[in-house]
Design a protein around this ligand. Structure first.
Ligand SMILES: [Zn+2]
Ligand SMILES: [Zn+2]
Length: 702
């Protein structure tokens, strides 16, 4: 097997190698983990003279094992778990090795369909194993952290189906092959848009160009007139510091519908509408909507408000109707009360075009995956609104579904519902972040904003900075006084505190002095990066602080002494003079950064700042780092300019022979021998940590 991984087939044909791999990684793994024996014929069927693999009988063997497990001794179960775990691990490693080799341009012995089937089986069995432990399974994403991709056919299929490249990239970087395959099976988008100009990072079709914006009617053939609330009444409610809402009679028809403005009173139920502007329910020119839409929205609100609705009136709040477009003072006032608007609503109803065309009559994982794929989740303030909502409800074509309903089977169901439904679990990541959101400190909550990839590019950016400020209780007037193009920077200044992991997030970052630590767009817009950072740091009570020169925070790192061979290769080794240990540094696979411009050879006083303490770097652990150049040392603070991300590992002692090979230039890695070794000193800060127990020393990353 080692030979296959290394690409040495020794005279065997690709087909023979593929058959061996399939026998072992697919059928062998099922036998192992499901602890059963079967004739391969049970997993095959013939059609038109060709043999296909089918998993029709898979559940039979899986359920039989689940039944046996009920009466199994703990020790036996434990053995089963351990052995199976290592088999799955070994299978994953083998597949990763093949993926790595094909990324290097070697043809994989596996056909794409077989590759996919093996990944899907690995994922399924890995989640099956998770039923044994309370720990969660972490499966391989389609794109792993070093950028190596598998199952290209899934991405190709989704693009062919008409999905946006940024959406495909989001899925590829956040879910495994089984979940992405499931998403592919759900079919093409129901609302077709032109994604011709979109990139992996951002969707141009979601951008709002106000001059071209068209408010949609309920049916494309309709051309009814528009109706809006009395702007004077909205203004007087807002001026009095209240929250305006719209009251509609449940029996009103298309002809006699009227929108009555009332002020939200304590204990009075209303529904706040959360929608995506690109879905056509916005209106950039007046606070009004077509009559046909008002009737549809009224009926949807009525359907969820049936209980708790007083005097038969349907009350709702919607930005299109309740946030005045002019004057700016009134608009700002409406935004100031936005947080209250969502927090006090009885429910928040999500109207999203894709979801509104999909049925709710389907499995839980299908509904969750559709929500996960919806553009609503890609909005900037979704997390804030979602967190504030007392009840969050999604509108499907045939009715509403609340988040609680979606989550209940996983929460109250069997251990297999809770741990082994890998697709539902992956698609529900957003819910778990949402649920955990309210308990988080402000810097951790703010971190979710980095996940909204396109927000700084929209024409409504001014409004968005204001909304964020309002939802985070930041000084709104200070934002309003700032010119529109500087509002994002002002927002960061006002937010002031950030998770220390922020500069280590992948993706494009700001280019202004003092702000290079701040991402503009993440590589994986809704991937694990932010989620993992928040999990790792949510309990910490120390943060990075905004300063005009950059983000000031405590980190450990290495300062590189002397000059650097130029241009350096993308992997280099150095010895730390402080602890006499060797480390390996390699460039992180970030798009858009060129090593020739960002590597240590290009920097005046290069240093590496680590995300973890230096002592974390033992054995196989690797840690993200950023390469910086130190431009000032003042009062114990190192001022550093961000250059690029790197991955740092400790050199294993038994790897020393490899290191000698490297010195001799045998491995194609930088031959340091001829260029002088790179000397480094550790910058760890005081061993006696300060009273807060904060490790590291102060760096200002700008
Ligand atoms: Zn797009
Ligand atoms: Zn109409």
């Amino acid at each position: 097997m080692e030979k296959i991984k290394a690409g040495m087939f020794e005279g065997h044909s690709q087909a023979q190698v593929a058959a061996v791999l399939q026998g072992w990684l697919f059928f062998g793994l099922i036998r192992k983990v499901l602890d059963c024996d079967f004739d391969i014929g049970e997993f095959l069927f013939d059609r038109h003279g060709h043999t296909f693999v089918t998993t029709r009988n898979f559940t039979k063997f899986r359920d039989a094992r689940r039944v046996r497990a009920e009466t199994q001794l703990f020790a036996d179960k434990h053995n089963w778990y351990n052995e199976s775990y290592w088999s799955v691990q070994e299978a994953t490693n083998t597949m990763d090795e093949l993926a790595k080799r094909s990324a290097e341009g070697n043809k994989s012995p596996l056909q794409p369909e077989i590759e996919l089937s093996i990944y899907v089986m690995i994922s399924t069995l890995q989640f099956e194993l998770a039923s044994f432990l309370s720990a969660e399974s972490l499966t391989r994403r389609i794109v792993d952290e070093s950028g190596i991709r598998t199952c290209q056919m899934l991405q190709a299929r989704m693009l062919e189906d008409g999905w946006c490249p940024s959406h495909v990239e989001m899925l590829a970087s956040s879910v495994d092959a089984a979940a992405m395959y499931f998403a592919v099976l759900l079919g093409p988008p129901k609302v077709m848009k032109d994604h011709g100009k979109c990139s992996d990072h951002s969707c141009e079709a979601e951008q709002i160009i106000e001059s071209e914006y068209v408010t949609k009617h309920a049916t494309s053939s309709c051309s009814c007139d528009y109706l809006g609330p009395d702007s004077g009444q909205i203004a007087s409610v807002l001026e009095a510091g209240g929250v305006p809402c719209i009251s509609i009679s449940p029996s009103a028809t298309w002809e006699d519908i009227s929108l009555e403005v009332t002020e939200v009173q304590a204990g009075q139920a209303y529904v706040a509408i959360s929608h995506v502007w690109s879905g056509g329910l916005g209106n950039p020119v007046s606070n009004s909507l077509p009559r046909c839409q008002l009737i549809v929205i009224r009926d949807r609100v009525a359907a969820i408000q049936s209980r708790g609705c007083d005097e038969g009136h349907i009350r709702l709040w919607m930005d299109t109707l309740c946030v005045p477009l002019v004057p700016q003072t009134l608009r700002s006032q409406a935004i100031k009360v936005m947080k209250r608007t969502f927090a006090e609503a009885k429910s928040v109803l999500v109207l999203e075009a894709e979801l509104m065309q999909a049925t709710r009559n389907c499995g839980n994982e299908e509904k969750l995956m559709r929500i996960y794929c919806s553009s609503w989740l890609r909005r900037l303030w979704t997390y804030q609104e979602g967190m504030l909502a007392q009840t969050l409800i999604f509108q499907f074509s045939d009715g509403p579904v609340s988040l609680q309903e979606l989550w209940a089977p996983m929460y109250y169901g069997t251990v297999y519902d809770a741990r082994s439904n890998g697709i539902a679990l992956q698609a529900a990541t957003f819910y778990r972040s949402l649920r955990g959101f309210s308990g988080l400190n402000k810097p951790a909550r703010f971190a979710s904003l980095w996940q909204a990839p396109q927000w700084r590019k929209t024409s409504r950016v001014q409004d968005e900075a204001i909304c964020v400020a309002a939802l985070f209780d930041l000084n709104l007037d200070a934002i309003l006084e700032t010119p529109a193009d500087a509002r994002f920077k002002k927002l960061l200044e006002l937010q002031s505190q950030f998770l220390l992991g922020t500069p280590f997030l992948a993706g494009e970052r700001m280019s202004d002095h003092g702000y290079r630590w701040a991402p503009i767009a993440l590589m994986s817009p809704r991937g694990n990066d932010v989620h993992m950072m928040v999990q790792a740091e949510s309990l910490r009570e120390y943060f990075g602080t905004w300063t005009p020169e950059g983000l000031l925070g405590n980190y450990e790192g290495f300062e590189i002494l002397g000059s650097f061979p130029r241009p350096s290769s993308e992997t280099f080794r150095f010895k730390c003079n402080t602890n006499e240990k060797w480390y390996v540094v390699s460039r992180a696979a970030d798009k858009g950064s060129k090593w020739i411009d960002t590597g240590p050879h290009a920097l005046l006083n290069p240093a590496i700042i680590l995300q973890q303490p230096i002592e974390y770097l033992i054995d196989w652990y690797k840690c993200l780092g950023i390469l910086v150049s130190i431009w000032k040392k003042d009062k114990g603070v190192y001022y550093a300019r961000y250059s690029c991300r790197v991955i740092v590992k400790a050199e294993l002692s038994d790897m020393f022979s490899v290191w000698n090979d490297v010195l001799n230039g045998n491995q194609g890695v930088e031959n340091m021998g001829s260029k002088g070794l790179i000397e480094c000193v550790a910058r760890e800060g005081s061993k006696n940590r300060d009273q807060n127990g904060v490790p590291g020393r102060p760096w200002c990353i700008g």
